[in-house]
Design a protein around this ligand. Sequence first.
Ligand SMILES: NC(=O)c1ccc[n+]([C@@H]2O[C@H](COP(=O)([O-])OP(=O)(O)OC[C@H]3O[C@@H](n4cnc5c(N)ncnc54)[C@H](OP(=O)(O)O)[C@@H]3O)[C@@H](O)[C@H]2O)c1
Length: 294
Amino acid sequence: MKKLILFGASGNLGREIAKKAMQQSYDLTVVVRNAQKAEKLSSITSKFIITDITNASSIANICQGFDIVVSALGKSVSPNDNSKCTFNEIDLIANTNILQEAIKSGIRKFVYISALHSEKYLHLEYFRVHHEFSELLKKSGINYSIIKPPAIFSGFLDMMEMAKKGQLINIGKGDKRTNPIYEVDLATACVDSITPDNVLMEIGGSTIYTRRQLFEIIQEEVNPSKSVKHLPLWTFKLMLPMLKIFNKNLYDKFAFFLAAIQVDTIAPQIGQMNFEEYIKMKNSDSTKNLGVND
Ligand SMILES: NC(=O)c1ccc[n+]([C@@H]2O[C@H](COP(=O)([O-])OP(=O)(O)OC[C@H]3O[C@@H](n4cnc5c(N)ncnc54)[C@H](OP(=O)(O)O)[C@@H]3O)[C@@H](O)[C@H]2O)c1
């Protein structure tokens, strides 16, 4: 049985990768930052390493005895994430430290989740760090998989709360197109990519939507009595330079969003589930959970 160590397992994609890896009979160990995160994954695996991945010395020899490394580690792009770490510290430095450990321990396969078209937008921090780490991985000599999705469905979950309150805002025309992918479909591709050599895969969902359609699907499902608000692009552009001075982390996220909404971001249509079904499923889950808590 191949031994797999997974970083970023507590994330939306990482959790699904953990489930797929178990289904495909890998001997799975997940790395998490604290016991609460481990507890939330305990229905999937009982093998945990609890450590601080931002500290190179605390991950010394972490890959020893494993065959495969999967990293779904990355700073969250959610506006609700207030963590102090930067994209550079997590997506680039922490992943590079993991890669060095992987090289040292003779790891046979390293799977990394990058971002579609990262190579085109190197002036934006989010894309630069994904691209730079992908290049380091390619040159490392380790057999790699670099998986490049556009957006992941779970990245839209924050918007369900906004839509409930009638606070969902579309910036600009919303006419640019993309095909986000369901995290389970993406996780399947990540785990399936372990066997073949040196995989570079762009992968999106089955259906292409405009940004505006994605918002309208959410609004219609969670609260059709409210409607999506619209703001012109210039309002957002005006705010960015100020944000850069006062909150660089938030600036990097908003600069990424601004770039993303102005271009078509379409990957090969591989995923199975469509966005309408996904939002319906998540909305029904959240209604059931509310019922339990009540
Ligand atoms: N979401 C998207 O639409 C999208 C699109 C393209 C590419 N990607 C890439 O796909 C990967 C996975 O995305 P995702 O949506 O699953 O992200 P996510 O839900 O935000 O999960 C990120 C993971 O990284 C961990 N992490 C972040 N900062 C950390 C820190 N300081 N210390 C320890 N762990 C830390 C998180 O741990 P905690 O749970 O402890 O915070 C979590 O396990 C990322 O590389 C992302 O850039 C995402």
